[in-house]
Design a protein around this ligand. Structure first.
Ligand SMILES: *Cc1c(COP(=O)(O)O)cnc(C)c1O
Length: 476
């Protein structure tokens, strides 16, 4: 059964939640001895004066105006919204976890051990030989990985100018290659949505520094020719980069390293249930094979030689730093806690359920193209409807819609990834919302959403003329 949005939303009307200051203010005396000059200090300050329940209600209501994985399914293909288990928050909130990163190695052995073990876990999961935890997001991991590839080629005196990327790849791949100074060679997808080997052979050559590949790819299809793809790239002297955003489908079942990849990133927020960065702290560790390990960012953590313990060190040909210290440490603590709690069996199980859920949903809504079987996600098409309209209408039926209009190779795409966290009844809710929205009248689609805290937003206006403060809104 599709359930209603929170009761306080009213059809066709935006919900107004007053500012705390609109509910009552109080002026307090803030005179104190201050080292600052008088013109920079004040004697009184007017502050909101809510009671404790008012504060709790205010923030609870605000939190309900936005969609959250804690309030319903969130099948955002490729962006993978996983539930963040609360026990990982508890682990990261342990005061012993938050130590100053400048403390000497001998006084933070527990933290270094955790970093070391996380490096080892990730290396093992990816089939890589060495890992850095430093990059702060998947995209930053890509950039780090391609800089490592560049350092490797430079070190061996190979002057190479191109990175090959399939047309279906995530936008960050193109941005990464260009930002690292490479020319991007775009590879058209084959008929079946996968890499076309002939097109690959034509695209790869003496100038190829690397091929960046997502496997399973961004429409949820496994690149079955991966061994042949790796041979083509390696025979030309290039490196194979694995975009780890879709690693969920392979956990405990297949390893990029075994497929021939030389360097990869891990999106811990997509695969290991840490919060999305969203402009705040995230993490995108990078794994590499033995030949590339000396180029990794500094510092890394290793076991000390001889006596028992751990130490930080700088790899011999390190590309330097891509973030302060060891990256966003507490996010990494959560990833460690999640992997340690699930163990080998739990990770394998998560992959199986992610794949099963995607295929169950694809089968139920019958809009997927190309046809499966899929891995952890699939692209549905809204056909002759506008994917964005269908998506907005889905919000009215109590679920968050999938990613829309991407990848571009699928017309009116709705890229859907339920993840392993949803059970059958919530997948059925999703399928029902898809079907209802897809079949709805034009007028209903064009005006949707009607039952959310904010009605349809002018997305172009919001991007082109953002009003970034409350005052700017007030002035109008
Ligand atoms: C999400 C994603 C990225 C970028 O990762 P962020 O952690 O969001 O920076 C790269 N490639 C693919 C395929 C993705 O889905």
């Amino acid at each position: 059964m599709i359930h209603d949005q929170a009761d306080y939303t009213r059809e066709g009307e935006a919900v107004h939640e007053p500012l705390l200051s609109e509910k009552g203010e109080e002026t307090v005396d803030v005179r104190e001895e201050s080292p600052l000059p008088d013109e920079l200090t004040r004697e009184e300050l007017t502050l909101p004066a809510p009671s404790e329940p008012e504060i709790a209600r205010h923030y609870t209501r605000l939190s309900q105006m936005n969609w959250a994985i804690d309030s319903g399914p969130y099948p955002l293909g490729s962006c993978t919204m996983k539930y963040n288990p609360k026990f990982t928050e508890d682990v990261a909130a342990d005061p012993n976890a938050a130590v100053h990163p400048d403390r000497p190695d001998r006084s933070v052995q527990g933290n270094l051990e955790l970093q070391y073990r996380l490096q080892e876990f990730l290396a093992d999961i990816g089939g890589m030989d060495a890992v850095t935890l430093q990059p702060p997001a998947g995209a930053a991991g890509e950039f780090t990985g391609i800089l490592i590839a560049k350092a490797y080629h430079d070190h061996h005196g190979n002057d190479r100018s191109e990175v090959v990327i399939p047309a279906s790849a995530h936008g960050t791949n193109f941005a990464t290659a260009a930002t690292a100074g490479y020319d991007v060679v775009e590879l058209p997808s084959g008929e079946d949505g996968r890499v076309d080997l002939e097109a690959l052979e034509a695209a790869v050559g003496d100038e190829t520094a690397a091929l960046m590949l997502t496997n399973p790819n961004t429409v949820g299809l496994f690149e079955r020719d991966i061994a042949a793809i790796a041979d083509v790239v390696h025979d030309a002297g290039g490196l194979l980069y694995y975009d780890g955003a879709n690693l969920n489908a392979l956990l405990g079942r297949g390893r990029p390293g075994d497929m021939g990849f030389d360097v990869m990133h891990y999106n811990v927020h997509k695969t290991f249930a840490t919060p999305h960065g969203g402009g705040g702290p995230g993490a995108g560790p990078v794994g590499v094979t033995e030949e590339l390990a000396e180029f990794l960012p500094s510092p890394r953590v290793r076991e000390t030689n001889g006596e028992k313990g751990y130490e930080r060190f700088e790899p011999a040909e390190s590309i330097g730093k891509v973030h302060g210290f060891e990256g966003n440490w507490l996010v990494l603590v959560k990833a460690y806690a999640y992997i340690a709690r699930l163990g080998d069996g739990g990770l394998r199980d998560a992959a199986a359920k992610a794949v099963l859920n995607a295929n169950y949903l694809a089968e139920r809504i019958d809009l997927a193209v190309p046809h499966g079987p899929f891995h952890h996600e699939f692209a549905a098409t809204a056909g002759d409807r506008d994917a964005a309209d269908v998506a907005k209408r889905m919000l009215d039926f109590g679920v968050h819609p999938p990613t829309t209009k991407w990848p571009e190779m699928v017309p009116e795409a709705m890229l859907t990834e339920p993840t392993e966290i949803e059970n059958r009844s919530s997948l059925d809710d999703l399928a029902e919302a898809f079907d209802l929205a897809y079949a709805d009248a034009d007028e209903a689609l064009e005006t949707a959403p009607n039952r959310t805290a904010a009605a349809r937003i002018d997305q172009v206006g919001a991007a082109r003329n953002p009003r970034l403060s409350w005052q700017a809104l007030d002035e109008e």
